[in-house]
Design a protein around this ligand. Structure first.
Ligand code: AP5
Length: 222
């Protein structure tokens, strides 16, 4: 009998490595990656109404209003691919009302991964971050420099990655973290994110493999 696909939430401070780990998780587990930051950035660059509303909040390092983000996430979660392959929700919920919105719809993950990284490391990671607009890949000037000069020439900096902004994003994250994790405390797994990305991923991989195995076993018992 086939089991339901895996449902994962990943959380952590700005630049804790969510996007980086999600690339690796998708490669290994084939889940549909739903990043609210990526979805919002796509709306901004397409110049949609949502994008135009979201832009000022994002560039100021503030949260975009709940109703905008929640509508976007729920629409994306209900698409066929997410139901079929399972999902990896990155950057949502980010406030107590957002966590409640999913609870009301009984949208619950099997596992809630939280990446733990000290503050002073986060600032450096944000300031050194560069994105490849063609592939969406995440680089870092020191930690993960681009492979070729051609890629290097097209890398862009996120407008919200200034030191000042990172500090305010971090403050907002800390204010909300407890309220969000209380919703999922029974399935929360904290991971030390201040290690090489392969090491961090090895821990995530074993947690997700275990969660998948338990799901298959539960299905078999039914
Ligand atoms: P979002 O894009 O989600 O930003 P964030 O949470 O601040 O997270 P980041 O994307 O900055 O970091 P990350 O954890 O993915 O780290 P990364 O892997 O890139 O959101 C952006 C904005 O959109 C928000 O501020 C808000 O305005 C809005 N928004 C989004 N969701 C919302 C919501 N639900 N509600 C309301 N508003 C919302 O890594 C960072 C850097 O470190 C990279 O350079 C990387 O190469 C490097 N790095 C990664 N791992 C390692 C490692 N192990 N060792 C060394 N370097 C590493």
């Amino acid at each position: 009998s086939s089991s339901e696909p895996l449902k994962v939430m990943i959380s952590g401070a700005p630049a804790s490595g969510k996007g980086t780990q999600c690339e690796l998780i998708v490669q290994k587990f084939g889940l549909v990656h739903i990043s609210t930051g990526d979805l919002l950035r796509a709306e901004v660059s397409a110049g949609t109404e949502i994008g135009n509303r979201a832009k000022e909040f994002m560039n100021a390092g503030q949260l975009v209003p709940d109703e905008i983000v929640t509508a976007m996430v729920i629409a994306r979660l209900s698409r066929e691919d997410a139901k079929e392959k399972g999902w990896l929700l990155d950057g949502y919920p980010r406030s107590f009302p957002q966590a409640q919105s999913l609870e009301k719809l009984k949208i619950r993950p099997d596992i809630y991964v939280v990446l733990d990284v000290p503050d002073e490391i986060l600032i450096d990671r944000c300031v050194g971050r560069r994105l490849d607009p063609e592939t969406g890949k995440i680089y870092h000037l020191k930690n993960f420099p681009p492979e070729t000069a051609e890629i290097k020439a097209r890398l862009v900096t996120r407008p919200d990655d200034t030191e000042e902004n990172v500090k305010s994003r971090l403050e907002i994250y800390k204010q909300n973290a407890k309220a969000i994790s209380s919703t999922h405390s029974n399935i929360m797994k904290k991971i030390d994110g201040n290690r090489p990305k392969e090491k961090v991923f090895a821990d995530i991989e074993s947690l997700l493999s275990q969660a998948q195995k338990e799901k298959v076993e539960r299905t078999a018992e039914k």
